[in-house]
Write a protein that binds this ligand. Structure first.
Ligand SMILES: [Zn+2]
Length: 142
């Protein structure tokens, strides 16, 4: 009996190679699908987050403007308020009298904007004024 020379590759090794290729292909497909899903989801998430920050900022502006209205009602006339921070401390109105504080603390813009005050209108350095945004137009139609 002569020993036969081994054939090219035993069938068991071929099956193992095919399984390895199929697994690699499935893994690549999973990576592609998750990449596509991330490409869709991340911009949407970022936009939603920015929208939420703007809405929180506009709510802050409304509460600051409410405090300005209260101050004007107490002061009787529109005494000058130059900084938003004045609303969180007693305001000297002369004659040893002081009014307020009208805010426990000045709310902070979630995007680190700075609030400025111009004749009772609050504006954020990042988001602008809520009155100029489409947000306020939506609420007026409700
Ligand atoms: Zn803001």
């Amino acid at each position: 009996m002569t020993e036969q020379p081994p054939e090219h590759v035993p069938p068991k090794k071929k099956t193992g190679l095919i399984i390895a290729l199929v697994v690699a292909g499935v893994l690549m497909l999973c990576c592609c699908v998750s990449g596509i899903l991330a490409a869709i989801a991340i911009p949407t998430f970022t936009a939603t987050q920015a929208n939420a920050k703007a809405r929180a900022c506009f709510a802050n502006q409304r509460s600051i403007e409410g405090a300005v209205q209260e101050y004007w009602a107490d002061a009787g006339e529109k005494m000058p308020l130059t900084k938003v921070e004045q609303l969180a401390e007693p305001i000297d109105v002369g004659g040893g009298k002081s009014l307020g504080p009208y805010l426990d603390e000045v709310p902070a813009c979630p995007a680190d904007g700075v609030y400025s005050l111009d004749e009772g209108r609050v504006t954020c350095s990042v988001h602008g004024s809520y009155a100029d945004s489409s947000d306020s137009e939506d609420e007026q139609t409700d």
